[in-house]
Design a protein around this ligand. Structure first.
Ligand code: FE
Ligand code: FE
Ligand code: ZN
Length: 279
């Protein structure tokens, strides 16, 4: 079996350079932050830089790549000024990404703080409706969250409620983070089949567009969100191999966000590709 696997890369050397780096570590997908993960301005890539990446992706059979919104954005913030800023910035990201054919825009649905889950969901829906109207085509992915603090998106039901509220939901999918859902109490390490069945029953499997592959430093249900390198946490290497060789997951872009430098990512990619090669 062949999988589509890559890791998080830095955008600082440009878009073409990320494609080259991915190739050099045996990856055929990758993820990057569109701008400083803590927010702030964007350095727009040149058309030439973008077309260089597109060429590498086409010539090397890349799966879709993932652009990650800054994680300090709060699409359901109580402060309307913060939420306006989040809307403007996410829409600006999307219009840039609209130039790349095979990219998915992943974001954290936000923290309701003291507003309650229902208000949080309603505000995130409003943010999504706004950014989809102000961009053309790029698919947006809601990431499954661990449930630390007041994060929304910690259950499949909450994610389904967000999707149901969006007008143009054809452009909305889900990115499943293995560390997050394990920390959220889903037994993906023990039984990936039943978790995928539950996802299908509640959200619909067609919505699943990407995987964040991480081990977890914490036990099931800890609600912590601390990623661990592959095979060194509470998910275990055996379970991770079962997860990535699941017939649904093996066809998706799988992206590592483990605590690694590039050489560590290269080793994990080689290990996992090798592990599924005779399945
Ligand atoms: Fe994330
Ligand atoms: Fe993630
Ligand atoms: Zn995380």
């Amino acid at each position: 079996m062949k999988i589509n696997i890559g890791c998080h890369l830095s955008v600082s050397g440009g878009y073409t350079n990320m494609g080259k780096t991915a190739l050099s570590i045996g990856a055929n997908t990758f993820q990057f932050f569109t701008r400083n993960p803590r927010g702030g301005g964007i350095k727009l890539p040149s058309d030439e830089d973008i077309s260089g990446l597109i060429k590498i992706m086409e010539e090397n059979n890349f799966a879709p790549i993932i652009a990650h919104a800054p994680y300090t954005f709060n699409p359901c913030a109580a402060d309307e000024g913060i939420r306006d800023y989040t809307k403007r910035t996410m829409a600006e990201d999307l219009r840039l990404l609209d130039k790349i054919p095979n990219v998915l825009y992943n974001f954290h649905p936000g923290s309701h703080v003291s507003q309650g889950v229902d208000v949080g969901i309603a505000k995130t829906v409003d943010t999504l409706n706004d950014i989809l109207k102000n961009s053309e085509r790029t698919m947006v992915l809601i990431e499954t969250m661990a449930g630390k603090g007041s994060e929304i998106g910690k259950t499949f039901e909450e994610i389904k409620a967000i999707i149901d509220g969006v007008e143009n939901s054809d452009r909305v999918g889900v990115c499943l983070d293995t560390c997050h859902i394990h920390d959220g109490g889903y037994k993906i390490a023990e039984n990936v089949d039943s978790v995928i069945e539950e996802f299908d029953r509640i959200i619909g499997i067609d919505r699943l567009k990407a995987i964040h592959l991480n081990d977890s430093k914490n036990p099931l249900g800890a609600k912590k969100d601390r990623h661990e390198t592959i095979g060194n946490g509470h998910l275990s290497l055996d379970s991770i191999i079962k997860i990535i060789s699941h017939p649904v997951i093996s066809k998706l872009p799988i992206c590592l966000e483990t605590p690694n430098e590039l050489d560590g990512y290269a080793k994990e990619i080689a290990l996992l590709k090798d592990a599924v090669s005779n399945i």
